[in-house]
Design a protein around this ligand. Structure first.
Ligand code: ZN
Length: 241
């Protein structure tokens, strides 16, 4: 049995060596040399992603953050039913902001990365039509901004975020995203030091980059220079890579 086994293995090794499909080197003079790459080689070396640049883009244009950086993490809750509405209100999970907001988010993320962390998004730009959808489910201004007036999310100038390590471990901020209660307030100081330190790291860094926070939501940040933009209803395409 073992002899047959070794014989078979030997055959496979020899046939692999003789198999010209991995690299073809024999070719007629003047003929273009064709190199067939090994399948494994292609799998182990994925092509490097080429990112878009902000060149020639107006500051108010809506852009998809993932096209400009792969340094962020995403858990876009409104594209799932894992949110306080208990309903999916986005067709697909995408994070868009205006160009000016995207630029400072990348800068802020670079500051976090120097300390071993990165931004994780729960929500970004939100089309006004989705604001109407949310208002229909929860018509209470304490939890959802009135769509007639719109929120800064509808203007492409607000993001809901937390921090995670570069290995993907979320930092403890004391509550989940969209926890409506005093424990989520910035002025709630009766919390373990680790949680307070995590919130301070997030808040101080975001403020350094021009964002401002709201008292009742540790995860929400408005970019000052985008908070007066018009409410928008641009809808992002789904099925992007
Ligand atoms: Zn928010």
């Amino acid at each position: 049995m073992s002899k047959i086994f070794f014989f078979l293995v030997g055959c496979i090794v020899i046939s692999c060596k003789e198999n010209p499909s991995t690299k073809t080197s024999s070719h007629a003079p003047g003929e273009e040399q064709l190199e067939v790459l090994d399948t494994l080689e292609i799998i182990s070396k994925p092509p490097k992603k080429i990112f878009k640049t902000f060149d020639n883009l107006a500051d108010t244009t809506f852009v998809r953050l993932a096209d400009f950086s792969d340094g962020f993490s995403y858990d876009l809750r409104y594209a799932t039913s894992n949110n306080f509405l208990k309903e999916q209100v986005y067709d697909c999970a995408e994070c868009y902001t205006r160009v000016k907001t995207a630029k400072v988010l990348i800068a802020a993320n670079n500051t976090f990365k120097e300390k071993g962390f990165r931004i994780k998004f729960f929500d970004c730009y939100r089309p006004n039509s989705v604001q109407y959808k949310m208002w229909k489910i929860v018509p209470n201004p304490q939890y959802v901004a009135n769509p007639k007036k719109g929120s800064i999310h509808n203007k492409g100038g607000a993001v809901d975020i937390t921090l995670e390590t570069l290995d993907g471990e979320e930092l403890d901020m004391g509550t989940d995203f969209d926890f409506f209660g005093k424990r989520a307030y910035h002025d709630m100081t009766e919390l373990p030091k680790e949680i307070l330190d995590n919130r301070i790291l997030l808040k101080e860094t975001m403020e350094k980059h021009g964002f401002w926070s709201v008292r009742t939501e540790w995860w929400h940040y408005n970019y000052g220079k985008a908070s007066n933009e018009k409410v928008a209803n641009f809808k992002w395409p789904c099925n992007e890579e």
